[in-house]
Design a protein. Structure first.
Length: 350
């Protein structure tokens, strides 16, 4: 059982139910090895694991006729190996965590490599667990989305998407001018956060302190609900007005607890962790650093600050809203617009 169903044995090891619970879950859980994947993707859709799979038409420049169709999967601007397809990503062969109810998976591709990296991410404590993107099955397209030249394509919307990780828009947060939070509101909000911490987590934080893993967190008024919440972000050093915003499930407690990453747990003495966020990306990347190695290689590791439980505070949102740039009008157009017209004129706006 431990060899075939290691995750189930781990869950029930020495727990109530023992082997009966393991056998029951093993029989009833979704088994990717026995699944009819053609049926799965037709009914559920393709899980692209954070990758974009597109079909481009190669045309003859002189005639405009389609010469061939080129299919490829791209992650973070890097083309994945040719063997990576929507079906391969959905099946996630030998990646049992990708089919568990407690995790979701994303994939990383490396330029020039014929391999891909799989990342198992813990489902957020609150809210739905992603997949990052499910794409509707269309006969003949096999999970690939035809590249279009219209406005919808330019906005990076996938017309076949069934379910997208929904989060607030970072541009919406930046543009809003009604999100200001006073210092008193921020202090009151975070005092309530501390008072309502899980008892086990609170004891851990009281012992080891708060650790934002190299990120920063501030209190913001949510653009949609107008309620106060934490917004964590990655900022340049030295500080600037540019920020990469973390997904909304990320807060100071989530970061300090280590998000289930063993090397990042506060009680682990040999390592410490930093986290990386990127705008509009629902995945937080965790990086572990060895204390001894970092001490012997000054300047090679990012710094990290741990703050005692009772002195830690979260400040109000401090990023000023970006001003809306005024349209540049040429002197000729300005004169034209301010002069009574004697005949019809067409104005083109680029």
């Amino acid at each position: 059982l431990e060899y075939t169903y290691p995750h189930l044995v781990h869950d029930y090891y020495n727990g109530d139910g023992g082997n009966c619970a393991i056998f029951s879950d093993a029989l009833n859980e979704f088994n990717p090895d026995r699944a009819d994947w053609n049926k799965v993707v037709r009914t559920r859709g393709y899980d692209l694991r954070g990758v974009s799979c597109v079909e481009e038409q190669i045309t003859d420049p002189s005639t405009g006729a389609v010469i061939k169709k080129q299919r490829k999967c791209i992650q973070g601007g890097i083309q994945c190996p040719a063997w990576v397809t929507p079906l391969v990503l959905s099946k996630a062969d030998k990646q049992w965590a990708c089919h568990s109810n407690d995790f979701y998976c994303t994939v990383g591709c490396t330029a020039g490599s014929d391999e891909i990296l799989w990342y198992a991410n813990s489902c957020p404590a609150k809210g739905p667990c992603p997949p990052y993107l499910l794409v509707r099955h269309i006969e003949g397209e096999d999970g690939y989305t035809p590249v279009r030249k219209d406005a919808e394509q330019r906005t990076n919307k996938n017309p076949h998407a069934l379910e997208v990780f929904r989060d607030f828009s970072s541009s919406q947060l930046r543009a809003s001018t009604s999100l200001s939070v006073s210092a008193a509101e921020a202090a009151s909000y975070f005092a309530n956060v501390k008072a309502n911490l899980d008892n086990k987590l609170k004891k851990t934080l009281e012992k080891y302190g708060w650790d934002l893993r190299g990120l920063q967190c501030e209190v913001v008024r949510d653009p949609t609900s107008k309620e106060l919440r934490e917004q964590c972000f990655m900022a340049d050093s030295p500080p600037s007005t540019e920020r990469d915003l973390c997904p909304s499930y990320v807060n100071s407690a989530y970061l300090s607890a280590g998000a289930g990453q063993y090397a990042c747990l506060p009680e682990v003495e040999n390592t410490y962790c930093t986290a990386v966020c990127q705008d509009n990306n629902p995945v937080v990347s965790w990086r572990a650093h060895d204390h001894a190695w970092c001490a012997s290689h000054p300047g090679e590791c990012p710094s990290n600050v741990v703050v005692p439980f009772h002195t830690f505070k979260v400040n109000p949102w401090s990023q000023p809203p970006k001003p809306t740039p005024a349209c540049d009008i040429s002197p000729r157009a300005d004169k034209l617009l301010s002069t009574p017209l004697s005949e019809p004129v067409t104005i083109g706006i680029l």
